[in-house]
Design a protein around this ligand. Structure first.
Ligand code: ZN
Length: 314
């Protein structure tokens, strides 16, 4: 969803969401989390209607409660929501969100690149860092959507530097350019625990999106287990079944040891960010692909696009 105070933040306007929902209702049958889990458990996908579609919403944003929920409720549709437990319980802001807002608040991205260079200089000996030029060559690579400078900021602060240093620099930039009051900012950005419980009580599904929103493939097995167990405690707290549940991988990342832990914990379904239409007859239920909101039309009058046709023809 779009935060209009931060026009650079990518999100879907509620009017477009409603329009996309009309398209979805026209070409698909929206199923609930339990329809999907039941079909997988009994191994009979024939129980599901043709053109089945599951609606998923990641990261627990407050707009999911204020904007999405009333629409789904009115349409009698069930959606699946995946909030990162720590943000909801401890009023923190995810680093990935901090980085988005930092980028959105500073129009001239070279300011941020220079700020990171300066931090690298200050911390070079303590953290045994490479030269700034080395990091620029490695991380300042433009992508399909982002310039070299934006990619540099994202990659350095999300992956390249050690977690401790990433955290320090991200926090400094967040304080300097976005907000001095992380708790207040978090409360504006994410749903409260009461709102999440309310979704749960009213026919929406709440699943795990981890506790700390880590890249789960880059932490130890012990830490993976902690992440999963803390997120299951959260599900229990808000009334969602922790013994039969859906995992939505932060950043879509997982590995073999994580899949083993999920099986031990009775996880029924795992959702990745690999773009595609799930085929329950051949896909591993713990690593299902998904479509992004941008993969389907946001105009109900448009003809079915390639993804919709793909399902129709089977
Ligand atoms: Zn996420």
């Amino acid at each position: 969803m779009k935060h209009s105070r931060y026009p650079e933040i990518k999100g879907l306007d509620i009017a477009l969401f409603k329009e996309q929902l009309v398209y979805i209702k026209k070409h698909y049958n929206v199923i609930s989390a339990y329809d999907l889990m039941d079909a997988i458990k009994s191994n009979s996908t024939s129980d599901l209607p043709p053109q089945s579609l599951l609606l998923t919403f990641d990261d627990g944003y407050i707009d999911h409660f204020t904007d999405v929920f009333p629409v789904l409720d009115r349409e009698k549709l069930s959606g699946c929501f995946f909030p990162p437990a720590k943000c909801i319980l401890e009023s923190q802001v995810l680093d990935v969100n901090k980085i988005h807002f930092i980028l959105a608040c500073v129009p001239d991205k070279s300011v941020l690149v220079n700020y990171i260079y300066q931090s690298l200089d200050e911390n070079r000996s303590l953290y045994h860092l490479e030269s700034s030029e080395f990091y620029w060559q490695k991380c300042g690579v433009p992508s399909r959507y982002d310039t070299a400078e934006v990619m540099f900021v994202k990659y350095m602060l999300q992956r390249e530097l050690l977690e401790k240093l990433r955290y320090v620099i991200t926090n400094e930039l967040f304080k300097k350019f976005v907000s001095n009051d992380e708790k207040a900012f978090s409360k504006e950005l994410y749903s409260s625990i009461d709102q999440i419980s309310c979704l749960q009580r009213n026919g929406m599904y709440i699943g795990s999106h981890g506790f700390d929103h880590y890249w789960l493939n880059s932490i130890s097995e012990d830490d993976q287990r902690k992440e999963i167990d803390l997120s299951l405690e959260f599900l229990k707290k808000i009334g969602s079944d922790p013994f039969r549940w859906i995992m939505c991988y932060p950043y879509g990342e997982y590995n073999e040891s994580l899949l083993t832990i999920l099986k031990e914990r009775n996880c029924s379904v795992g959702l990745t960010t690999k773009v595609g239409v799930a085929d329950l007859n051949s896909d591993n239920p713990l690593t299902l692909p998904r479509l992004d909101t941008n993969d389907l039309p946001k105009d109900s009058k448009l003809e079915p696009n390639e993804w919709t046709i793909k399902v129709k023809s089977g």
